[in-house]
Design a protein around this ligand. Structure first.
Ligand code: BG6
Ligand code: BG6
Ligand code: GLC
Ligand code: GLC
Length: 903
C-alpha cells in the first residue's frame, strides 16, 4: 500500500499539467493575440486556426430597433423557435422586448444524419410554432436565425458553413449557404411565408442581447456546449471586408485555437484522449479543454486513470466508469456545489457502480475543480487577449467594457463565473470589466440585428427608388440625341428662338499657324474673370508665351448694374496692365464673353440674355464690346483695341485647334455647358461671307426650354430651376453643368433627410443652404481614391454631420446626378458630330472636340462617362477629346491675331 502522503503527491502529479499559473496564462493570452492577428489578415487568414469571421454587424443596439420577428436558435444545447417583438424606445433601455418561445427536441440520429433532414425538422418545428401561437400563415414574417457554428458570411443573410462542431456532424452542408438550406426546407414544408433577414452566431446574438441593456457591451462570450467569443473590432483591421471606418463584430471562433499546435505545451494526455474519441478529431482543441461538452469527459478520464493505477477506489474500475459520457458537465457542477458538493460526489460515484471512500470523494471533487478551473482560466486568458486588443485599438489607458455571457457552464456551474471574473481582473488590473448574463438567450439579440437589417433594406429600397429617375436608358439617351439634333437644325433655320439659338460667330477658319504677335485676352463668364497676355511666335504648336492673372467677380457685381460690372472689368484690366508694365502699350485685345450674343461681325455682340450666375441690369440687348469700351473710356487710363468678341466654346475650339487641326468642335462643361462647331455655311441663314464654313455657337444649354426634356426632368431638377436666377431657361444646362449639379444633389439629400433616410432625419441649416455643394466638392466626394472617412470629413467641412452609411448614400447621390449629366452631354456631342459627318457626306468622321471647364477637368468620372456615351450614340464617328490647356483666352487672342493680320 502506498502511504497517504505518496498517494497525494501522485494525485497532484496527475493534475499538475492542468494547473495554469498567471505567467502561463499570460503566455496563452499572448499566443491568442497573435492568432487573432493572423485570422484578421487577408494573407494569413486561410491558414489561420482562429478564423476571425466578419459578421457584418456594425453596431451594438442603440434603442431605435423595432419590429416583430420570428427567431430560430440552433446549435446550443436546446433548439428553440421564438417570436420576438421589439418596441422602439428613444435610446437605450427605453424600448421593450416581448418573447414567446418553445423548445423542440432534436432526435439524436438527426444530429449525425443528412443536413436536409435536420433543416426539414427545423422548418416543421417553425410551422408547428406558427400554428400553435395562431400566427397568421398568410403574412410574410421576417426571421432572425441564430446558428452557432463557424460560417463565412459574405453578407448578413448568407452563411457558408466552414465545419461542424460540438455534437453536430451532418452530411451535405459543409461549404454550403445554410440560409439557403433553411429557405429550401421552409419551401419544402410549405404553407408559410418567411423572409430570412439575418443569420448570426450565438456569441453575436448574446452580445446584442446584453447590449440592449448595456451600451458598453461589446464582447459576446459563450461557455456552454461549445465555447466562443465575438467582439467589436475596428473595421480598418478587418481585411476581409472593404471599408476602413467604424466597427464590425468579429466572431473569433476561438474554439479552434490550438488546432495548428499552438497549445501543444499545455495539452495533457486526457485532452488527447477526449479529442481522439470526439466527432471531429484534431479540431476545436481549445473548445475541448474548455466547454461543457467535454468537461465531464475530462473528469471521467482522469478519474479512470487514477483508479487504474490504484490511486482511487482501491484500484477498482466499474463498467460505467469506462463508458464515454457517463460523467457529465452537470455532474461536474454538482460535485462543486458549495455545501452539498461532497455528498453529490459520493452519489454520482455510487451511481457509477463504485464504492468511494471519503478520501476518494475528496480526490474526485478535487479533480473536478482542477478541470473546471483550468477551463475558466483558459477563457480568462483568451478573453483578456481580446480586451487588450480592443484597448490598443482605441488607444485607451483604461478600458471600461461589458462582456455579455451565455451558456450552461457559465449559468449552472456554481463557482465558474466568480473564478472567471477574478482571473480576468487579475490579468487586466487597469481595466474595468463587467460581466452580464444573457438571461433571455440569444434570440432577443438576433432580432435586434434583424431589425437593423430590415431598416437598412427598406432604406436601400427607398434610396434606389429616389435615384431611379436619374438613370438614363439607352432609349432615353437616343431620344435626347435626336431632340438635340432637331433643335440644332431648327436653330440654324431660325425656327426656335426659344431653345437652341445657333449663333454665328463670324469665325471662318481654325488657326493655320501664321498668327504672330502680342495680344491681350479678357475672359469673362466661367468661374472667374481672367486677363491674359499671349505672344504667338513662329508657327503652329510653337512657343506661345502666356501671362495671366485671375480675378474674382463678386456676386453683387454679377447681379448689380451693367455699368458696375464693366467698370469692374476695366479696373481688373488696369491692374493687369500695371502688373505687366504695359499700361501704354495699346494692345489689340480679344474678349471671351461666355454668354449668348447675337453677332453681326466678329467685333460686335449683343447680349441676348444672361445665363448662369449673372444678372446685371441694362446689359441685355446691348453690345458688350461697346459697354467694355465705354468703361475703359470712363476710366480714362489706358486704351485697348477690342478686335474680337468670342464665346468661350469658340475660344476653346480655337485654342485646341492650334494644337490639333482636326479640332472643329469646342465644348464647355464647367459652370455652364455649351458647344460650338464648324458648320457648313450653306446651312446657315444668317451669313455674310463666301467662306465654306463658319463656327456656330449653339447655346445648347437652352435645349428643353420649350418643354422637350420634361420627360426626364425630375422634381429635384424642377426645384433647382425654380430657385435659379433664370427660371424656365437653360433647362439642359441645369441638368448638366457645375453650377447646378450640386444643387440637384442638395435637393435629393433634403428629400432623403426629410424621409428619415439620411442624417438621422435631421434637416440642418447647412443642408438648407443653397450652393454648398460646389463642383469641386462633388468631384472630391466621388473620387475613388478617397476613403469613406475622407468623404465624411468633406461633409463635415460643409457642416453635414454624417455617419458611415450617410457618406455612402451621399456619394451615391452625387454619382447618380453627375453620371446623368455626363451621359446627357455625351448624347449632345453625338448629335453634333453626327451632324458634321452628314454635312460632309462622310461614312465615317474623325474629329477632335476641344474641351474646357472644371466639371470635365476635375471630376473623377464625368469625362469617361461622356466619352463612352458619345461613342455608343455616334458609332460612325471617331471622336477624340482634347482638354484645352490654357483656357479659351488663348483662342480669343488667336482670333484677334487673324483679324489684325487681315487689317
Ligand atoms: C443559449 C442561446 O442561451 O445559449 C444559444 O440562446 C446558445 O444561442 C446557447 O447557443 C449556448 O449555451 P449551451 O449551453 O446551450 O450550448
Ligand atoms: C476656362 C475658359 O478655361 O473655362 C473660360 O477660359 C470658360 O472661358 C471656362 O468659361 C469654363 O469653365 P468653368 O468651369 O470656369 O465654368
Ligand atoms: C462552437 C461553434 C461556435 C459557437 C460555439 C458556442 O464553438 O463553432 O460557432 O459559437 O460553439 O455555441
Ligand atoms: C452658358 C452660356 C454660354 C457659355 C456656357 C459655358 O451656357 O450661355 O454662352 O458658353 O455657359 O460657359
Amino acid at each position: 500500500m502506498l502511504s497517504a502522503f505518496l498517494k497525494k503527491k501522485k494525485k497532484d502529479l496527475f493534475l499538475y499539467a492542468m494547473r495554469l499559473h498567471d505567467d502561463q496564462l499570460e503566455d496563452i493570452s499572448a499566443r491568442f493575440q497573435a492568432e487573432m492577428k493572423k485570422g484578421l489578415s487577408a494573407e494569413s487568414n486561410a491558414a489561420a486556426a482562429v478564423k476571425m469571421l466578419p459578421t457584418h454587424v456594425r453596431s451594438t443596439p442603440d434603442g431605435s430597433e423595432r419590429g416583430q420577428f420570428l427567431a430560430l436558435d440552433l446549435g446550443g444545447s436546446k433548439f428553440k423557435v421564438l417570436q420576438v417583438k421589439v418596441r422602439e424606445g428613444m435610446g437605450i433601455r427605453k424600448g421593450g422586448v416581448e418573447m414567446e418561445e418553445k423548445i423542440y427536441p432534436i432526435p439524436k440520429e438527426l444530429l449525425i444524419g443528412r443536413g436536409t433532414e435536420l433543416f426539414d425538422h427545423v422548418s416543421e418545428s417553425l410551422k408547428d410554432f406558427l400554428q400553435e401561437k395562431n400566427i397568421n400563415l398568410e403574412k410574410t414574417h421576417p426571421l432572425a436565425f441564430t446558428f452557432s457554428f463557424p460560417c463565412e458570411q459574405p453578407t448578413l443573410n448568407q452563411g457558408l458553413l466552414l465545419s461542424w462542431s460540438k455534437n453536430f456532424r451532418l452530411r451535405g452542408l459543409q461549404g454550403k449557404d445554410v440560409v439557403q438550406s433553411l429557405k429550401g426546407a421552409i419551401e419544402r414544408t410549405g404553407g408559410m411565408n418567411v423572409d430570412v433577414l439575418s443569420m448570426v452566431n450565438d456569441t453575436v446574438a448574446t452580445m446584442m442581447t446584453c447590449g440592449f441593456d448595456d451600451q458598453r457591451c461589446e464582447v459576446g462570450l459563450i461557455i456552454g456546449t461549445g465555447t466562443n467569443a465575438c467582439y467589436m473590432e475596428a473595421l480598418r483591421h478587418v481585411d476581409l471586408v472593404e471599408g476602413d471606418e467604424g466597427q464590425m463584430c468579429v466572431n473569433t471562433e476561438w474554439g479552434g485555437f490550438g488546432d495548428d499546435g499552438a497549445l501543444n505545451e499545455y495539452i495533457t494526455e486526457f485532452d488527447r484522449d477526449v479529442d481522439a474519441a470526439s466527432n471531429n478529431p484534431g479540431k476545436q482543441i481549445f473548445e475541448k479543454m474548455v466547454s461543457g461538452m467535454y468537461l465531464g469527459e475530462l473528469v471521467r478520464l482522469v478519474v479512470l486513470k487514477m483508479a487504474k493505477v490504484g490511486l482511487l477506489f482501491d484500484g477498482f474500475v466499474s463498467d460505467a466508469l469506462r463508458t464515454k459520457g457517463k460523467i457529465t458537465t452537470a455532474n461536474v457542477a454538482a460535485m462543486e456545489e458549495y455545501k452539498t458538493g461532497l455528498k453529490n460526489t459520493r452519489d454520482i460515484l455510487t451511481g457509477l457502480g463504485l464504492t468511494p471512500s471519503q478520501d476518494d470523494c475528496i480526490a474526485v471533487q478535487h479533480v473536478s475543480t482542477i478541470v473546471s478551473f483550468r477551463s475558466s482560466n483558459l477563457v480568462a486568458a483568451c478573453l483578456s487577449a481580446i480586451l487588450t486588443r480592443i484597448k490598443k485599438n482605441r488607444s485607451l489607458r483604461t478600458l471600461t467594457i461589458t462582456v455579455g455571457v451565455d451558456g450552461t457552464v457559465y449559468k449552472t456551474h456554481p463557482q465558474y463565473p466568480k473564478r472567471l471574473h477574478k482571473v480576468v481582473r487579475r490579468l487586466l488590473p487597469e481595466s474595468h470589466v463587467r460581466f452580464v448574463l444573457s438571461d433571455s438567450g440569444s434570440s432577443k439579440g438576433a432580432a435586434l440585428v434583424a431589425a437593423v437589417a430590415q431598416r437598412l433594406a427598406s432604406r436601400r429600397k427607398q434610396v434606389d427608388e429616389t435615384l431611379f429617375p436619374f438613370q438614363m436608358s439607352q432609349e432615353q439617351l437616343h431620344l435626347v440625341k435626336s431632340r438635340m439634333r432637331a433643335d440644332l437644325e431648327a436653330g440654324l433655320k431660325n425656327k426656335n428662338p426659344s431653345t437652341i439659338k445657333m449663333l454665328p460667330s463670324f469665325v471662318y477658319h481654325t488657326p493655320d499657324g501664321t498668327e504672330r504677335g502680342k495680344y491681350l485676352a479678357l475672359d469673362l463668364g466661367g468661374t472667374n474673370f481672367r486677363a491674359l497676355l499671349v505672344n504667338f511666335k513662329k508657327g503652329l504648336h510653337q512657343n506661345t508665351r502666356l501671362y495671366h492673372k485671375i480675378y474674382t467677380v463678386p456676386m453683387e457685381i454679377m447681379q448689380g448694374t451693367g455699368e458696375e460690372l464693366f467698370d469692374h472689368l476695366a479696373q481688373c484690366v488696369s491692374d493687369f496692365l500695371d502688373y505687366m508694365g504695359m499700361k501704354n502699350a495699346h494692345l489689340p485685345a480679344g474678349f471671351t464673353f461666355s454668354f449668348p450674343c447675337e453677332q453681326t461681325a466678329i467685333d460686335t455682340g449683343t447680349l441676348l440674355t444672361w445665363t448662369k450666375g449673372f444678372k446685371a441690369t441694362d446689359c441685355e440687348g446691348h453690345d458688350v464690346v461697346n459697354m467694355l469700351r465705354e468703361a475703359i473710356k470712363r476710366r480714362n487710363e489706358f486704351d485697348l483695341d477690342i478686335a474680337a468678341v468670342v464665346n468661350d466654346t469658340v475660344g476653346t475650339m480655337m485654342s485646341c485647334a492650334y494644337e490639333d487641326p482636326e479640332c472643329e468642335v469646342g465644348l464647355i462643361a464647367g459652370t455652364g455647358t455649351n458647344v460650338c462647331y464648324m458648320e457648313d455655311v450653306r446651312n446657315i441663314e444668317k451669313r455674310d461671307a463666301d467662306a465654306q464654313r463658319m463656327c456656330i455657337n449653339t447655346e445648347w444649354g437652352g435645349l428643353g426650354d420649350d418643354g422637350s426634356l420634361n420627360d426626364i426632368i425630375t422634381p429635384y431638377d424642377a426645384e433647382v430651376d425654380q430657385n435659379s436666377l433664370h427660371p424656365g431657361k437653360q433647362r439642359f444646362e441645369k441638368l448638366t453643368s457645375g453650377m447646378y449639379l450640386g444643387e440637384i444633389v442638395r435637393q435629393v439629400l433634403l428629400d432623403l433627410t426629410r424621409g428619415g433616410l439620411l442624417f438621422r432625419g435631421h434637416v440642418t441649416e447647412a443642408l438648407k443652404t443653397p450652393g454648398i455643394f460646389e463642383t469641386k466638392y462633388l468631384s472630391q466626394i466621388e473620387s475613388d481614391r478617397l476613403a469613406l472617412l475622407q468623404v465624411r470629413s468633406i461633409l463635415q467641412q460643409l457642416g453635414l454631420d454624417s455617419n458611415c452609411d450617410d457618406s455612402i448614400i451621399v456619394k451615391e447621390v452625387c454619382g447618380a446626378v453627375s453620371r446623368r449629366a455626363a451621359q446627357l452631354v455625351g448624347a449632345g456631342i453625338a448629335a453634333v458630330v453626327d451632324k458634321i459627318r452628314e454635312n460632309r457626306g462622310l461614312e465615317h468622321l474623325n474629329i477632335t472636340v476641344g474641351v474646357d471647364g472644371a466639371l470635365y477637368k476635375l471630376h473623377p468620372h464625368f469625362s469617361r462617362v461622356l466619352h463612352d456615351t458619345a461613342k455608343v450614340l455616334a458609332p460612325l464617328c471617331n471622336v477624340s477629346f482634347l482638354p484645352s490647356e490654357e483656357g479659351s483666352g488663348k483662342g480669343a487672342a488667336l482670333i484677334t491675331a487673324v483679324m489684325e493680320t487681315k487689317n
